[in-house]
Ligand binder design. Structure first.
Ligand code: 4AD
Ligand code: MG
Length: 435
């Protein structure tokens, strides 16, 4: 179990010392309970961690029978004396002078046999998130987003938000969720990129942290239908610049997560986070293809990587690495083509190693009006669907680049989670819309 309750006085919220013999009052939830003759041992859980409580008949007197009846997962307020005891988890326990139930609990439904069924555990996600693994995972997720926020704001990026209801695809029509918007058709956004591109003409550097939606039927371990998207867009930046930024951001996130949630991460991952000091390798799509073909994968130039290709390729790496120069056909229309190599875009994916695969996609955008219109037509799309997006190109749009990073993908890799659905509070997948 990760961490020990940070000793806080229930009234003043001040952090208390761990002094032997001091009296503390704590609030939290009864995580576990064991009865041993005239003693009850509880594990109390709060925002900071866990601590053992001891209810002793001699000490509690008449209140002991009340203490015996406190159900697991009740919210309680307790007062007791701190005793150092090397046998207790964390080396201390609280010998109770009093215990009061603030909010009682019914019989806890998560039994060991329930815990064996992942689907049932997700049906009961509103309760199972209280377990130590989800708790630690979600604290690590919060640290990841905090770190990203710190990175951007300390580097002069402006935080913006973009609409969720939109009228046309960013990343291709196949994964658009359609919905009724009064008497019109609308979609859920796949990416805030186009709105960021409008905003860079005001702020130069912008970022968003908000959900994106994909009607992604593929049942892989890396696809959600709703995920948290960290995206950034930078004016006057080229493709090389944006790879540098992605690398710097990921290095900052990993180092800062270790500071903010190192113990929780170690609990879930089984080890500390990797040291990302060395420069991330940058291999071309062609080089990636060579590696895949040498591993017996049948893939031709021009094809996109699927989940299997990414897994096989990233197994060959111990550090995150970029694959750059994806063929035009594999990328959305907004990508700038490499002026030195027709048919190849100025784009890249940042891949997590050890089989995890893509965690970001980014690249340089087309900033020229005529070039964008002709590419939209060339890719069989209708320029009218992209009116305002094209229009920005008529009014001083500089060269610019950006990227998007999936929070659950990064967390899955860093915590070695079996599935991206473990990396979010209430996951949404093709088969899961509840709770
Ligand atoms: O590669 P994607 O589709 O790129 C874009 O959306 C760009 N418009 C982003 C940009 O340049 N501003 O998505 C970006 C990242 C992926 O690398 C992945 O980490 C994550 O978003 N992602 C998903 N995560 C979970 N489930 C899904 N279905 C995801 N689709 C994308
Ligand atoms: Mg991508």
């Amino acid at each position: 179990m990760a961490g020990l309750i940070r000793w806080r006085d229930a009234d003043s919220k001040k952090v208390l010392g761990l002094d032997d013999g001091s009296v503390v009052r704590l609030i939290g939830w009864i995580f576990t309970k064991r009865v041993h003759g005239n003693k009850v041992f509880y594990m109390l859980r709060d925002r900071y961690g866990y601590v053992q409580l001891v209810a002793d008949k001699d000490r509690l007197g008449e209140k002991f029978s009340y203490a015996l009846d406190v159900p697991v997962e009740s919210a309680v307020a307790v007062e007791g004396v701190v005793k150092r005891d090397p046998r207790a988890p964390g080396g201390v326990e609280i010998h109770l002078n009093n215990i009061d139930v603030v909010a009682g609990a019914d019989v806890w439904p998560i039994t060991p046999s329930v815990a064996k069924s992942p689907e049932t555990m997700f049906d009961l996600r509103h309760l199972t998130i209280r377990g130590p693994r989800s708790r630690a995972t979600l604290l690590a997720r919060s640290a990841l987003v905090q770190a990203a926020w710190e990175y951007f704001t300390s580097n002069d990026y402006v935080f913006i938000t973009a609409p969720t209801f939109i009228t046309s695809a960013v990343e291709g029509g196949a994964t658009l969720f359609e919905l009724k918007y009064f008497d019109r058709k609308a979609y859920l956004t796949q990416s805030s990129q186009f709105y960021e591109e409008a905003a860079i003409c005001v702020f130069e550097k912008v970022f968003v942290i908000q959900p994106s939606f994909r009607a992604e039927k593929s049942r892989t371990r890396k696809h959600l239908t709703e995920f948290l998207h960290i995206e950034a867009e930078v004016a006057f930046a080229d493709h090389e610049d944006i790879m540098d930024i992605e690398e710097e951001l990921l290095k900052y996130i990993v180092a800062r997560m270790d500071e903010l949630a190192g113990k929780e991460i170690e609990y879930v991952r089984g080890s500390r986070l990797p040291d990302l000091d060395s420069r991330f390798e940058r291999i071309s799509y062609d080089e990636a293809l060579d590696i895949l073909q040498s591993k017996g994968v049948s893939i031709e130039w021009g094809e996109d990587f699927g989940a299997d290709e990414e897994r096989i390729l990233s197994m060959e790496f111990e550090n995150p690495f970029f694959v750059y120069g994806f063929p035009t056909e594999t990328r959305s229309f907004y990508h700038m083509d490499d002026p030195n190599r027709p048919g190849v875009t100025l784009s890249s994916d940042l891949m997590a190693p050890e089989g995890y695969g893509e965690i970001t996609s980014g690249g340089q955008r087309i900033h020229d009006y005529k070039y964008l219109v002709s590419k939209i037509k060339r890719m069989g799309l209708n320029p009218e669907d992209y009116g305002w997006y094209i229009d920005i190109r008529r009014y001083g749009m500089p060269p610019h680049s950006g990227f998007g990073m999936g929070v659950e993908r990064v967390l899955r890799w860093l915590l070695r989670l079996p599935h991206v659905r473990d990396a979010t509070l209430f996951p949404r997948t093709p088969t899961r819309l509840y709770p």
